[in-house]
Design a protein around this ligand. Structure first.
Ligand code: SGN
Ligand code: CA
Length: 532
């Protein structure tokens, strides 16, 4: 009798074990792909005016595209800290690129690791040098380098010869092919440095894209009329602030040979010619072919150009380089998607493509980000999850990078900590739009005074409106009608026709600040910390 019971118990145990194993085996893999400063305007699934990105588009074609995805603080390290912690930057403390990140905080990769996932991170993190919760990592120190990049690894630092986008992909594929534990699901963070400034393409893309001409945005020559002080005083205008040398790839020698006609102070930047200086002789030889023709063109034409023509020249150079770097990202994303297909991993892998924030591609005459105005506030978000997401769907809800951690945890069946501030997007991904009740998101940007001089501001954004408060050395409010004025050219805050909207949004903004635990006291605390 006892023998029979033991036998039955053993069978039961075996069964439950294998059930558990099946459950575990079913948990989806997560492949989180993020680029640095990739504007949605430069993804053909969003707009095909500038570039075709067939590989990134595949994720949307076979999955879901969020058309109103946005960030909570449009700058690099703060956005990354929000993604990792699921908290606004005023709570996770990484309010700007300079403030240190408190590494005792819980980040979502740690929760995946604890839940039995194999975890890895390759590419640009932008803060700290030993990310927590990842079994394997190779990350760029700080901003990292385009050419022959250095990497921080658990085994010490190393330098790899080649172009950064290809290398980060090689590392990612190498791990998937050789290091993956087939008994465990994985959570992989595949993080590109491109297309971050100074926008250095690979030699091939440099040659290809430097021959192209791109359409100009309507607001390239924006005069910032009907906007507040912040737009007028920001230092990110192509004509005034983009550097011929550092950005447009005009050689220091070319500028020096032009007898002082090229403005030196603003545009020359002390002869810094970063990525090229890192290249070896063979790499330089390839770049030189293209640089020669850019420099010839500059030398012959620039002295004859008027201000508008100079702006246009800079815009074309900017787009040629920026989009050249994107084209490499797209090719490399294609390599990874192909591998997922070949290996059979695609079926049970959630693939996410996003950027740490958006970017201005000449809209309002600007480059860079930081503002809550759409091009930098919104960010690309494309998600593929076979059998769960209906292919080719689009969603326009106000979703935010704040939601990523809880979304991934939810998809993997891991309980999210109570103090995370986002919401899981899994219901939206599965087409359950009825249960989604959020109408507005909260935004808060801090890094001022600093590079590009974008004033501190916080905002509430709904599908229809955007109410913004600029503060610190001004006290100005702006309201934009997102549906009637999608280019955000007219601040209608004092327009009597919008009085009710303004009153309503003020109340809602106050509520949001309380809901997310932000306050005037915290605003002041961060100002004091910044000044000390
Ligand atoms: C560098 C860039 C800036 C950029 C910041 C922050 N200048 O300082 O244009 O805004 O990084 O970018 S550069 O001369 O070094 O290219 S972020 O993505 O890291 O937030
Ligand atoms: Ca960035």
């Amino acid at each position: 009798m006892r023998g029979t019971i033991t036998f039955l118990l053993a069978i039961l145990l075996l069964n439950s074990c294998s059930e558990k194993q099946k459950e575990v085996a079913k948990r989806p893999n997560i492949l989180f792909i993020m680029s640095d400063d990739h504007a949605y305007q430069a993804i053909s699934a969003y707009s095909d005016k500038l570039i075709e990105t067939p590989n990134i588009d595949r994720i949307a074609d076979e999955g879901l595209l969020f058309s109103n995805a946005c960030v909570s603080n449009s700058i690099c390290a703060p956005a990354r800290a929000t993604i990792l912690t699921g908290k606004h930057t005023h709570l996770n403390g990484k309010i700007d690129n300079k403030m240190p990140f408190d590494t005792t905080q819980v980040t979502f990769p740690q929760l995946f690791q604890q839940a039995g996932y194999q975890t890895a991170m390759f590419g640009k993190l932008h803060f700290g040098n030993s990310p927590k919760g990842v079994d394997e990592y190779m990350i760029l120190p700080g901003q990292g380098h385009y050419i022959n990049p250095d990497f921080i690894t658990p085994r010490g630092d190393t330098t790899i010869t080649g172009y950064v986008t290809d290398i980060i992909t090689d590392l990612t594929l190498g791990w998937l092919k050789e290091k993956r534990d087939k008994e465990k699901p994985f959570m992989m963070m595949y993080l590109h440095k491109a297309p971050h400034r100074p926008w250095w393409p690979s030699p091939d893309k440099f040659a290809e894209f430097s021959k192209k001409t791109f359409p100009e945005p309507e607001s390239l020559f924006d005069d910032y009329k009907n906007r507040g002080t912040a737009a007028k005083t920001a230092e990110m205008n192509l004509y005034n602030h983009m550097m011929y040398n550092h950005d447009s790839k005009v050689r220091p020698e070319t500028i020096a040979s032009m007898n002082g006609v090229v403005p030196q102070v603003v545009e020359y930047n002390n002869g810094f010619y970063g990525p090229y200086d890192r290249a070896n002789a063979a790499q330089k030889a390839k770049y030189d072919v293209v640089l020669d023709s850019i420099n010839e063109d500059f030398k012959n034409h620039w002295p004859l150009m008027n201000a508008k023509e100079k702006m246009r020249w800079k815009y074309q150079r900017y787009m040629q380089d920026y989009l050249g770097t994107i084209s490499s990202v797209d090719d490399n994303v294609g390599r990874v998607l192909d591998y997922l297909d070949e290996s059979g991993l695609a079926e049970n892998t959630i693939v996410v493509y996003t950027s740490d924030q958006g970017f201005y591609l000449g809209e309002h005459g600007w480059f860079d980000k930081r503002f809550v105005y759409d091009e930098s506030f919104k960010t690309p978000l494309l998600i593929r999850w076979p059998n769960e997401i209906k292919p080719g769907t689009t969603n326009d809800e106000m979703v935010q990078n704040l939601d990523f951690a809880q979304t991934f945890l939810d998809a993997a069946g891991i309980t999210a900590p109570q103090d995370m501030q986002g919401e899981s997007l899994v219901p939206l991904m599965k087409g359950d739009t009825a249960s989604w009740s959020r109408e507005a998101v909260y935004y808060h940007y801090y890094e001022y005074p600093s590079v590009h001089m974008v004033k501190r501001h916080y905002a509430i954004v709904t599908k229809e409106f955007k109410l913004v408060h600029f503060y610190y050395d001004v006290d100005e409010w702006e309201l934009y009608d997102r549906l009637k004025d999608p280019q955000e050219m007219n601040n209608v805050y004092t327009d009597p026709a919008y009085a009710d909207v303004v009153a309503d949004l003020h109340v809602k903004l106050d509520e949001l600040r309380i809901h997310y635990k932000d306050s005037p006291e915290l605003d002041q605390k961060f100002i004091d910390m910044y000044q000390n």
